[in-house]
Design a protein around this ligand. Structure first.
Ligand SMILES: [Zn+2]
Ligand SMILES: [Zn+2]
Length: 349
């Protein structure tokens, strides 16, 4: 079968490899669609960990079960499944309290060595992945390409759960990549007013598809002043930092109202993770600065349902689809910043 391997910085190649055996107690999935994530792009830019011999990336996958071991009773051949990357240990302090996304021993499909991802024709799902990972049947009527969006939708949905986004809230989203646009869609689903800020003109055009109440050019305009103006001086109820830029976290504290919430959604570059925030604004204004990462596995089922019933506009998020053989072009397209979600699709549906 064909599988993609990340072999060096900005180097991804297709190799012929043997099809995976059916794992004891597990199954084999024929992958139908798999999205390129911002984190995939980060690893593509850096290259794989030294000595790993190349890793098959991809963790936003959907497909159909083609082989099942007799000891696996949960799934059958022909089942259509969507998967997400996190595999928790089930034993640590956090897992015992059902805070699975904070597990001390999280492993990730398409990232952790020994857990090959979805940019391959076939993927083996071991009992460990089936039990402690995120694997769910696709609702009827949901296509594979749309199902592959369930993973990025999960982290966005979980962020708004944490923010308590509600009717009439003004939510500012800093960054209009695929994730920023999903934040606009989910905030609107909660009947919030939305402001999105973005430096790239192309991305501001793409963000307009999601009909936010205000789009601010972060390159030329004073974003804090524009948010204050829009909220008649009050400030935003909720600010979501959806890009890997420390400066936007500082701006978030400056544009949120007293008692509001700033959510740090995007990670900062590993080499420079420090950020500077106005401690007095946080103190006197009782501002909540919250980290948000990944999600509880049950959010994945909700994401699939919201994609199936059209609440989340999958067609507006997916801007490009490539076959596996053109994965290098697909990565370059996703990295150029002119696209929203770029998918690898294995056949026409
Ligand atoms: Zn992802
Ligand atoms: Zn754990």
């Amino acid at each position: 079968m064909k599988a993609a391997f990340l072999t060096g910085p900005q180097k991804i190649e297709i190799r012929d490899v043997p099809e995976p055996d059916v794992p004891e107690g597990g199954l084999v999935l024929a992958v139908k669609a798999c999205g390129i994530c911002g984190s995939d792009l980060r690893r593509w830019k850096e290259g794989p960990p030294a000595g790993s011999g190349g890793v098959t990336p991809g963790h936003e996958a959907s497909g159909v079960v083609v082989a099942v071991d007799v000891r696996c009773t949960r799934f059958n051949v022909g089942d259509r499944l969507a998967i997400a990357p996190d595999v928790h240990c089930g034993k640590c302090y956090y897992c015992r309290r059902e805070r699975y996304n904070l597990c001390d021993h999280l492993q990730f499909l398409g990232i952790t060595p020994g857990f090959p991802g979805g940019f391959a024709e076939r993927m083996a799902l071991t009992p460990e992945i089936l039990e402690n990972g995120v694997v769910n049947p696709m609702p009827e009527g949901l296509g594979f390409a749309h199902a592959a969006l369930s993973e990025p939708c999960c982290s966005v949905l979980a962020t708004h759960d944490r923010a308590g986004t509600g009717q009439g809230d003004t939510v500012v989203i800093l960054g209009a990549g695929p994730i920023g646009c999903l934040h606009v869609a989910v905030a609107k689903m909660h009947s919030a007013r939305t402001i999105v800020t973005e430096c790239s003109e192309r991305r501001r055009e793409l963000a307009a598809r999601f009909d936010p109440d205000l789009i601010v050019d972060a390159a030329c305009e004073d974003v804090v002043a524009r948010v204050r103006e829009f909220t008649k001086g009050l400030g935003a109820d909720i600010v979501i930092c959806a890009n890997p830029v420390a400066e936007t976290q500082r701006q978030g504290v400056d544009m949120v109202r007293k008692g509001g919430k700033v959510l740090l959604f995007g990670g900062l570059p590993k080499a420079s993770p420090m950020t500077t925030l106005d401690g007095n604004k946080i103190h006197y204004g009782e501002i909540e600065v919250l980290g948000t990462f990944s999600y509880h596995p049950r959010v994945h089922r909700r994401a699939l349902d919201l994609l199936a019933d059209g609440t989340l506009p999958a067609d507006k998020i997916i801007t490009h689809q490539f076959p596996l053989g053109q994965i290098a072009d697909a990565y370059r397209m996703a990295a150029a910043g002119d696209a929203l979600k770029v998918l690898i699709c294995f056949e026409k549906e």
